[in-house]
Design a protein around this ligand. Structure first.
Ligand code: BDR
Ligand code: CA
Length: 314
């Protein structure tokens, strides 16, 4: 087996972010998690950095390095989503004060440092929230852009359009300027939009399989997913809510269960009505340069089998 792929997870936990972190921690043969950087998103930074540590402790991995990054989007006031994730951002299981430390270094500096000190083309950035940390790192240290292997990100939408506004997906809407910097940077991007994640539904039977693992991580994750789906089940009228963020990690482990198209993606920054929209040239009607692999389809059952199996290893 090849060496595990080196990754940084940049995140705003969030129950679905928690599933992503657990999936990565349960997959040490494929993934070497260098650190977790947190950002303001679903809830303020003070909570996302705490939540990331809680998730690592649920997973039995207090050794993971967790960093706090940017407290607010580049140019706009923060927008949060407690109405989806609950007041803590991680509602569902009984939460606790984590005992593992928060690293002293700022998350943005950790991203810069890691890319500079590892061989170029070996570190993948996995973004599960607004892209403020990565964009800030690119702005402060443009030399690192060419050193990134790939940015694999959850965000945006095209056919499904918006979840926070009629036109925009949450992660991009919260910090559209940051997303714009990353999409224009020339870095290779793999994008998991709502078009894909809305096919990954937390059906009852799937969540119960995770609960039946009986482990601390499995039960905590099932409690989180039960809470998380409430809002979406009501909103979409579906059986189970979409599980967004762990698709990023699953792609690194089993890319063969995904399919999509290499397209140009631009971020809307000016219009009040469609701010943060990801304008995907899916039909290739422009000559704009292709800058992202936009995923659209997934074998959802294979994804849940993988998630369950890997959380079972924690
Ligand atoms: C994204 O927004 C957040 O609420 C989720 O954690 C996910 O990253 C989905 O739009
Ligand atoms: Ca997230």
């Amino acid at each position: 087996m090849a060496n595990p792929r080196k990754i940084i997870i940049d995140t705003d936990p969030g129950q679905d972010d928690a599933a992503a972190i657990m999936l990565a921690l349960g997959s040490p043969l494929e993934l070497d998690l260098l650190g977790v950087t947190t950002v303001a998103g679903n809830v303020p930074l003070s909570r996302t950095q705490t939540n990331a540590r809680i998730v690592c402790e649920f997973a039995g991995r207090p050794d993971v390095k967790v960093f706090a990054g940017c407290e607010r989007p580049l140019k706009r006031p923060p927008v949060t989503a407690e109405y989806v994730h609950g007041p803590t951002g991680l509602d569902g299981p009984e939460l606790f004060e984590p005992t593992m430390p928060l690293q002293d270094m700022n998350g943005v500096d950790f991203i810069i440092d890691t890319l500079r000190t590892h061989e170029a083309g070996t570190v993948t950035l996995c973004t599960l929230g607004p892209m403020t940390n990565v964009a800030t790192a690119f702005q402060h240290a443009p030399d690192i852009i060419a050193r990134v292997k790939e940015v694999v990100m959850m965000g945006g939408a095209y056919f499904e359009v918006g979840n926070i506004t009629p036109a925009a997906e949450f992660n991009i809407y919260v910090d559209p300027e940051a997303a714009d910097i990353v999409f224009k940077s020339g870095v290779p991007i793999v994008m998991m939009p709502l078009d894909l994640t809305h096919k990954v539904l937390t059906l009852k039977a799937r969540v119960e399989k995770i609960r039946a693992l009986g482990s601390r991580a499995g039960v905590a994750l099932a409690d989180m997913l039960d809470f998380f789906e409430r809002f979406d089940v009501e909103k979409y009228g579906s059986d189970g809510g979409p599980l967004h963020d762990p698709t990023v990690i699953a792609y690194l482990i089993k890319p063969e269960i995904f399919s999509g198209r290499h397209c140009n993606v631009e971020i809307e920054l000016a219009s009040e009505l469609t701010l943060g929209m990801t304008v995907v040239d899916w039909w290739r009607v422009t000559k704009r340069e292709k800058n992202a692999m936009v995923m659209k389809d997934i074998d959802a059952q294979a994804f849940f089998d993988l998630l369950t199996e890997r959380v079972g290893r924690l």
